[in-house]
Design a protein around this ligand. Sequence first.
Ligand SMILES: [Zn+2]
Length: 380
Amino acid sequence: MAAGAFPDFVEQVGLIDHHVHGAFRSDGDEARFQNSLNEGNTEPLAHPEDTYNTQIGLAIRRWCSGILDLPRHASPSDYWNRRSELGELEVSRRMTRAAGVGDWLIDTGLDAADYLSRADMAEVSGGRTHEIVRLEMVAESLIQEIANPSEYVDEFGQRLQELTRSAVGFKTVLAYRAGFDQNLSRPAPAAVVEAARRWQENTRAGTHAKLTDLTLIAHGIYTATSMKLPLQFHVGFGDRDLDLHKTNPLHLLDFLRSPEVRETPIMLLHCYPFEREAGYLAHAFENVYIDVGLAVNFTGSRSRDLVARSFELAPFTKILYSSDAFGPAELHYLGARLWRTAITKVMSGWIDDDDCSEADARKIVQLVAHENARRVYALP
Ligand SMILES: [Zn+2]
């Protein structure tokens, strides 16, 4: 194959973003933009301008300036002025279209008026969208609606069954609500009903609207695994509400060994800084898949090493692309941009060192870019 053709191939390969949220819909101030460039801090930043002095700040000025007709490395003030001039919706349109993503698998658990809905994302980006349903949200609406907690088990199962007609997968935020260092065996129906009764009483007394009860979360997970659709787990890096050390995916070993879950694809999202542990699990369990989304954006130029580490133990048929973008559409674009840059660098090295042929490298790129996601989620 012609020299130099491989980078062009990576530039043009179509992506499926298998974990993403809506982009901003309406205009906001610079503080909203700056705060959106910090994932971990849940409070308004005392010095929001510091977010430009980060890997993601550099990456946005390097890669996103051109999409807004600015020279590379535009200053933060020039970047913000141009962004404001275009308006949020136009920024969202340009960035999502520049990403080269054909299908967005949208986690609708963070939907709010400020963000483009699934239908809007399709229109603005020109791509297709698919829904991933959060199990904890199904439970949170169910507990408000049922008259008697004894109906909880049957009703929850029926709702998930109905959702399998429209959704392509489920997601759990167990990492946020309880952590992985727990007994994750399947709870007995009587224990589930008792937990539902307690939760409903608390909810009616005005507390605990959010599902944090381990029995009910585990019940949600096992009910979902019986539906056989892929089940996404938030793993690792996220905001500081989660205890990061309790989201090491190795805590999931007993759960993954359980025969009941072996037929269900388990999708470990983000994984940073546990991408090596996640890679081991993808190697050890037929039904485990990984991505390094989210951290690719936040590690900027260092994402090349992160992407390289994701290609250690995990079989290439078990690695997927995602951005986990949410809010500023720079994140929807940058996830794809940095991934293309990283994978070109990593695999060109393999080709140069004769670790693989260029044909092998192209095949691997196609698997991770879209083939694995299309197969696992059974997308059309
Ligand atoms: Zn997410």
